[in-house]
Structure formats: structure tokens, C-alpha cells
Design a protein. Structure first.
Length: 137
């Protein structure tokens, strides 16, 4: 399978997972917080996801894992106050922060108006396989 196609499929999976996670977080927050019990709060929706760079150190160690990043999506859909709450090291935490800061969201809304929304998300790391050469005839 083409590497670009794999990357596109991986990005689509991340977008779907992120949307599902953000939806469930939004419902849980709406049910738990007194200001979100109006029943019209919608969580932010990712519109532009950036894959985190896999470091050479992690590649050499064949590391597979994830870190948890906590952030606030402001009323313009821009991540703010991004920090890692579950670290994994090898330079991956810094790369996760760097990637999440570049992502964009459709802002959360309450009563139809954009609002800031705090959330946590997983940033997964796994090495991409080296491209296989085409077989020679």
C-alpha cells in the first residue's frame, strides 16, 4: 500500500477517533458541569489535525505508545495552554505539544455561541514502516 495512502488512512482514523472522544467528553462535561446543563452545548470538532513527528530515538528503540495532552480550545478553535499530562519521553512529548498547537478545531458552542472548551486527547506514536521496494520482474 502506498505510504501516502497509509498516511491518509491513519489521519482519517485519528480524526474519527478524536471526534468520537471529543463528543463523549463533551456529553460527560455537559452532564457534570452546572454551566453545561442547558442541553445545547456542542464540543469542539477537529478540522485540521497534524501528525506528531516520531523521533529517531524512539524509532531506534522501536517504541510504540501514546501521551495524553491537555488543552483548551478557545472560542476561535485554536489550542491554548497545551501541556502533557501523561509523559512518554524520548522527545515525543515535545513533538506532541508542537503538533497539537498547530491543529485547528471548529469551536465548541453553547447556545449557538462559540465558547472555550477544556479537553484531553491522546497523541499516538508508532513507527511507520519503511517503504518496500517494488519487486523486480
Amino acid at each position: 500500500m502506498n505510504i501516502q495512502l497509509r498516511h491518509a488512512i491513519s489521519s482519517l482514523r485519528v480524526a474519527l477517533l478524536c471526534t468520537l472522544v471529543l463528543s463523549s467528553l463533551g456529553r460527560a462535561h455537559a452532564q457534570a458541569g452546572s454551566t453545561f446543563q442547558d442541553g445545547v452545548t456542542m464540543p469542539p470538532v477537529p478540522t485540521h489535525l497534524v501528525p506528531a513527528e516520531y523521533t529517531q530515538e524512539a524509532r531506534n528503540a522501536r517504541f510504540v505508545g501514546f501521551c495524553i495532552v491537555h488543552l483548551t480550545v478557545d472560542d476561535r478553535g485554536i489550542p491554548q495552554n497545551v501541556h502533557v499530562t501523561r509523559t512518554i519521553g524520548m522527545g515525543l512529548d515535545e513533538n506532541a505539544i508542537k503538533a497539537v498547537k498547530q491543529e485547528r478545531f471548529k469551536p465548541a458552542t453553547r447556545g449557538g455561541s462559540p465558547v472555550a472548551f477544556r479537553l484531553s486527547m491522546e497523541v499516538n506514536f508508532k513507527p511507520t514502516p519503511w517503504p518496500t521496494p517494488w519487486p523486480t520482474p
